[in-house]
Design a protein around this ligand. Structure first.
Ligand code: SF4
Length: 405
């Protein structure tokens, strides 16, 4: 069986038939996973230096030179790299005295940090399948982002204590600004106004305290909270909608979960997107005590000034691995990155490889290379490559760059 690295569910039941060494028919992939598998035949990156095609050795030498001569290099990406590559990357960062950040810094990082520091309770997706009776998709839409979430774990499957599945044994609740595809199939949908999540959490806590909430539709909210309270094993799956909306009032999530746990059992599993974002946060935490935004310039320190958004202003070179910040970050940050020598390591061509001084093509993890990663719930999943490839893995590329310093 193959593992799909198309999202942080890391589905382990993928069947692939090889046809003359190429990928043939597949089974069990969702549409997103199928696109991910097919992507190895599309838009591949090629080794390049200064916009011209180059040999791989030349590209690696040039990359090592850029990083060695930088006073303050930034190393960014990581969420699409294996655990071993992340560890090797941190060794390289220490040697270079680099600033290190990953995609969690601008999305799920603060909730993942609460989970990793055990400030809020969590559980595994296998616990969800076996025991959960209420799943709350808050600002998340797994039907679009993690298409097999509901069928493998949170709504449709029969589990040890949930033998009657979604028909009788499980309730799905979606809280979102719009009626998403997940909201469409949920038992309950509660519409929150953009930026209104903090107010909603406060209103929920009021109901849990037995007070009348200050919302327009009091009846609907009281009914929602009553259903949440009735649960024996509830799980909140926060997505980007909640992450951004609650960012200034992070303590409210702790307060709500604590309140719910006074009468029921509630856990939180952040709906991280990239297949090994949680792995990077865990690896960095184990090695430095921080989950992102770390500088190795002067010992080890972490702070907002080391986020990719700020580091792009102060760093003088960047190694971007398995990420496309030029297309995903705000234009001003992307422009600053594009203005410095960038080394891009990626299986595919993208806007970052287009502006990079050096491009080093890598094997696609899970498709052309093996390794391991942490699923969104922190469970380690090991995988092998599916097809043979001559491209080097992230791990091999990082080792070669380190040798060249
Ligand atoms: S849900 Fe995610 S991991 Fe599973 S098959 Fe789809 S893309 Fe791949």
């Amino acid at each position: 069986m193959a593992v799909c690295t198309g999202c942080s569910l890391l589905c382990e039941d993928i069947e692939v038939a090889l046809d003359g060494g190429k990928m043939g028919k597949t089974r069990n992939l969702c549409r997103k996973g199928l696109g991910h598998f097919k992507s190895i035949y599309l838009d591949r990156a090629r080794p390049a230096v200064d916009g011209k095609e180059a040999g791989i050795d030349e590209a690696i030498d040039k990359a090592a030179g850029i990083l060695k001569n930088a006073k303050k290099p930034l190393i960014f990406g990581w969420s699409n790299s294996t655990l071993d590559a992340q560890k090797a990357g941190l060794e390289l960062a220490r040697e270079l005295g680099a600033v290190v950040d990953d995609t969690s810094s601008i999305c799920q990082g603060w909730i993942v940090e609460k989970v990793l520091r055990k400030e809020i309770p969590t559980c595994t997706l296998d616990d969800v399948r076996n025991y959960a009776d209420v799943s709350i998709f808050w600002g998340s839409d797994p039907s679009s982002s993690h298409p097999r979430h509901l069928s493998r774990f949170s709504y449709y499957p029969r589990g040890e204590k949930r033998q009657r599945g979604y028909e009788e044994d499980r309730t799905a609740i979606t809280i979102d600004v719009r009626k998403s595809p997940t909201a469409d199939i949920s038992d309950e949908y509660y519409r929150v106004l953009p930026g209104g999540d903090a107010g909603l959490v406060e209103a929920m806590i009021s109901v849990l305290d037995g007070k009348i909430p200050r919302v327009e539709d009091k009846k609907k909210l009281i009914s929602l909270v009553t259903n949440m309270k009735k649960s024996r094993f509830g799980v909140i799956f926060p997505g980007l909608g909640m992450v951004y909306s609650l960012k200034g009032r992070k303590e409210l999530l702790d307060a709500l979960v604590e309140k719910l746990n006074q009468s029921s059992r509630y856990s939180v599993i952040p709906m991280v997107g990239h297949y090994n974002m949680r792995g990077f946060n865990q690896t960095l935490l184990d090695q430095t005590g921080f989950i992102n935004r770390v500088s190795f310039q002067d010992g080890v320190e972490s702070g907002p000034e080391h986020s990719v958004m700020e580091a792009a202003k102060t760093c003088d070179a960047a190694l971007v691995i398995g990420s496309d910040p030029v297309s995903s970050l705000p234009a001003a940050v992307a422009r600053r990155l594009a203005g410095m020598p960038v080394v891009a390591v990626d299986p595919h061509r993208n806007l970052t490889t287009d502006v990079a001084r050096v491009v080093i093509p890598s094997a696609a993890s899970g498709l052309e290379a093996g390794g391991s990663a942490l699923r969104m719930d922190g469970v380690e999943i090991k995988f092998d490559g599916v097809v043979e490839s001559e491209r080097m893995t992230d791990l091999e590329i990082l080792a070669r760059i380190k040798e060249g310093l």
